[in-house]
Write a protein that binds this ligand. Structure first.
Ligand SMILES: C[S@@+](CC[C@H](N)C(=O)[O-])C[C@H]1O[C@@H](n2cnc3c(N)ncnc32)[C@H](O)[C@@H]1O
Length: 378
């Protein structure tokens, strides 16, 4: 079975039980997978009700937490791809220590209070199955910290690596006006603002809650002077503004696959994951609208993750190039405005999605009050 969500960090090449660092229910890691009653009993009784273990060192607590995570079968893929890294991250976060802590400190003893607090955090991870980032309220993307909560997906796009290389290739010129479409917590647009100093960046998302979170992150990074967050259905809130780069990480998980994702993913907004029957409903609309929103010579760079084979099967002649990543992840394509416009002009089969598209709800940028967006053109 395929998994559909990309994950930076190379996990897709390392783990057999998942693609893109995401374990699906049915692959032996989610609680509702088919397990024998005896195994279920083993998983649910011994450690879930435990009190803090009689351990003292940071190292021992990390090891103990990782064993707990493995024993109960947690799923990873929201910043880490294994139990040890997940436990390391949570323990150090709770102790307010840097993640690059020199190894010698791992043998330091913790106080009783610290041990209890660590235990409570690990227990919440096990019992609620929330991604670690929702428990700590913090996520890292492209080496940058972000506020995160359940209004937005936990950042994990391989676009982080591409931005580290300033999107070269495919870009040959420095973009000055950038749109982060489907911006969630704002991680891609904010990382782009760091990569391209001086660029004006717009972040757009249909969900007012996600947009609010993105605004907090823009403030956190003191980028309000050149970043703005707008709310609405795809291109609707952008008016006549044109960009020379559109970066998009839209929802692209086919609905049937979404229903089978491990519990951690069900804490994330469905709007951020579920891409309709074949996962490509929004992607079709993004393709269709991009030429009108791009300046001459501009680029659309869009992630479709594990839906890449469906994308290629559905639009075999679309002249996109697929980005490659050293550190894992795939399914990100790039296409220049003129090539896309020519392909659409030649009769690109995008219509079925456009005809089926619901009227989007857009939100007034200033007041935040909802209004009905125009149906996408064409
Ligand atoms: C996969 S998440 C990506 C979030 C962020 N860019 C990231 O990489 O972590 C997709 C985002 O698309 C937004 N979205 C879904 N449908 C949309 C639409 N019609 N117009 C604009 N944004 C949409 C969701 O609210 C969600 O925040």
């Amino acid at each position: 079975m395929r998994a559909w969500i990309s994950q930076a960090g190379g996990s897709s090449r390392r783990r057999r039980t998942s693609v893109g660092g995401i374990a699906l229910a049915g692959e032996g890691v989610a609680p509702h997978t088919k397990r024998s009653p005896a195994l279920l009993l083993t998983l649910s009784t011994p450690m879930n009700a435990a009190s803090p273990p009689p351990l003292r060192s940071i190292r021992d607590l990390i090891r103990w937490g990782a064993s707990w995570f493995n024993r109960v079968g947690l799923s990873f893929g929201h910043g880490t791809d294994n139990a040890l890294d997940e436990a390391y991250h949570l323990v150090l976060w709770q102790l307010k220590l840097p993640f690059d802590l020199p190894a010698a400190y791992l043998d330091s003893a913790v106080t009783d209070d610290e041990r209890t607090a660590i235990f409570e955090l690990l227990r919440r991870r096990v019992e609620t199955r929330q991604p670690a980032a929702y428990l700590t309220g913090e996520a890292w993307f492209a080496g940058l910290p972000f506020h995160i909560d359940r209004r937005a997906l936990v950042p994990r796009s391989p676009l982080a690596e591409a931005l580290h290389h300033r999107l070269q290739p495919p870009l040959t010129v420095v973009p000055r006006r950038i749109l982060d479409l489907c911006s969630g917590c704002g991680c891609i647009g904010i990382a782009a603002a760091y990569a391209f100093e001086g660029a004006e960046v717009w972040l757009a998302d249909v969900d007012p809650g996600a947009a609010e979170l993105a605004r907090r992150n823009v403030e956190r990074h003191r980028l309000a002077e050149r970043l703005q967050v707008v709310v609405g259905d795809l291109y609707a809130p952008l008016g006549r503004h044109r960009f020379d780069l559109i970066l998009a990480n839209p929802p692209y998980v086919p609905t049937a696959e979404w229903t089978e994702l491990a519990p951690e993913y069900r804490h994330e907004p469905r709007l951020g994951l579920d891409g309709g029957d074949d996962g490509l409903a929004l992607v079709a609309r993004i393709l269709d609208g991009a030429p009108a929103q791009l300046d001459e010579g501009g680029w659309l760079i869009c992630e479709v993750g594990g839906s890449q084979p469906l994308f290629s099967a559905r639009w075999p002649d679309i002249p996109v190039e697929w980005l490659s990543f050293e550190h894992g992840g795939d399914g990100v394509f790039a296409i220049e405005r003129e090539s896309l416009a020519a392909w659409i002009e030649a009769g690109a089969p995008l219509r079925s999605d456009l005809d089926g598209a619901m009227l989007g709800m857009s939100h007034d940028i200033v007041s935040g009050s909802p209004r009905v967006a125009a149906r996408p053109s064409r």
